[in-house]
Design a protein around this ligand. Sequence first.
Ligand SMILES: Cc1cc2nc3c(=O)[nH]c(=O)nc-3n(C[C@H](O)[C@H](O)[C@H](O)COP(=O)(O)OP(=O)(O)OC[C@H]3O[C@@H](n4cnc5c(N)ncnc54)[C@H](O)[C@@H]3O)c2cc1C
Ligand code: FES
Length: 427
Amino acid sequence: MSVLAAPLLLEAAGYVLVAAALIQAGLGTWTLWQRSVAEQRAAAAAAEHFARRADLILRRAEVQRDRTVLSWNGWRKFVVARKIPECEGTHSFDLVPHDGRPIAPFLPGQYLTFQIRRPGDDRPLVRCYSLSDGPYRPDVYRVTIKTVPPPPGSDVPPGRSSSWFNQVVEPGDILDVRAPSGQFGLDPHQETGVVMIAGGIGVTPMISMVNTLSATGTPRSTWLFYGVHNRSQHAFAEHLAELRRTVPWITIVTFYSRPTPSCVAGRDYDHVGLITLDRLKATLPSNTFEFFVCGPPPMMEAMTRDLRAWGVPEERIHFEAFGPATVRRQGGGETGAPAAVGGGHEVVFSRSGKTVHWPDRCTSLLELAESNGIAIDSGCRAGNCGTCAVAIKEGTIDYLTAPGEPPATGTCLTCIATPASRLVLDT
Ligand SMILES: Cc1cc2nc3c(=O)[nH]c(=O)nc-3n(C[C@H](O)[C@H](O)[C@H](O)COP(=O)(O)OP(=O)(O)OC[C@H]3O[C@@H](n4cnc5c(N)ncnc54)[C@H](O)[C@@H]3O)c2cc1C
Ligand code: FES
């Protein structure tokens, strides 16, 4: 038994004892005192509740143990088993381990990290993609990838990794993959209601969550608010329509910001426009849910700000950035203080021989380095993959958001770090 699982097993044992005591008390009382049927029913319901809690906790302990035992370090080879079109410029990829050995379970919401070696590139690309199915397929991981278009009005090529996946990768190809990780995860063994708010391809972790919750078969109040441009961008449309028809405790509300004449209200989408707090308030019975938010930066910023204003406690607002981190965790600096913004501190890049001052417009040390011609390898640019780690020779940093992949002691993830004092970096 792993150290992690021990406290959970103790908690579960407690629930089992309480359930047993309640059953015994209920039966004994019935025999001896002929108590009312209502009292017996109440005792039975309480016993069932405690037994269910114990079962959930035992299952959570099993999953934690398997995650620890079956995870791996570094890169592991996976074969693309299937490539499935989802919507315009977007495919899902089923991946099976090349070594045929079991894969590690994951929390719905977590992601895989890929090392991509395209012919002609002088160095590999590192990118993260969220797992887009529940963890109940014992030998397959699925990710879903949307080609990132060039910025409007520019003539640069589309995103390198995303277009390579969608245009070049085919079944039979072999990919280098790191074990599932990330802190944006839903605990399927809790009973609190869940609200997911997804924009565009930010729906992928939510699909993993919603599939997990429907597969457990245990009713848990669940809401998915999903915003896209129109039907052509609506990934998983048929699958979500099926869930809507068949799982009564899951409510799916779809928003199209730019419906075309062929989009049908009531069939394809429910509302025109963006997901707003007013719409959440009008739809949800209260704000006492766990909230999960993933989408484009403006949506993330607006939603997390509005949820806080609505009185949702910080610990119940979970968010994932697919690109540069723009939302700050309140009170989330490395020191627990509110995240700093650099404060004009001097930053020395010792190997490059450059000293600069932190300018107001900069968002991260990575951006500061790049804008001064200093190359630092990067992958996710959101504190998740560890690629941009650099040793700190002197000084302290703050993080804009907590690292998904904690870096080695004495180093920092430059893509989400800002200086908290004069800083000397080993690059
Ligand atoms: C935790 C996490 C989970 C994620 N999950 C998913 C997921 O489930 N699905 C998904 O699709 N994505 C996901 N992402 C995003 C994904 O990791 C990549 O960031 C995304 O695919 C873009 O990478 P790319 O290599 O295609 O784009 P890049 O090559 O990095 O390009 C990014 C942008 O820059 C533009 N560009 C290209 N060249 C230039 C140039 N010379 N000058 C200026 N601009 C240029 C491109 O046109 C594009 O708009 C996730 C990210 C994170 C951090
Ligand atoms: S680039 Fe991935 S952690 Fe910084």
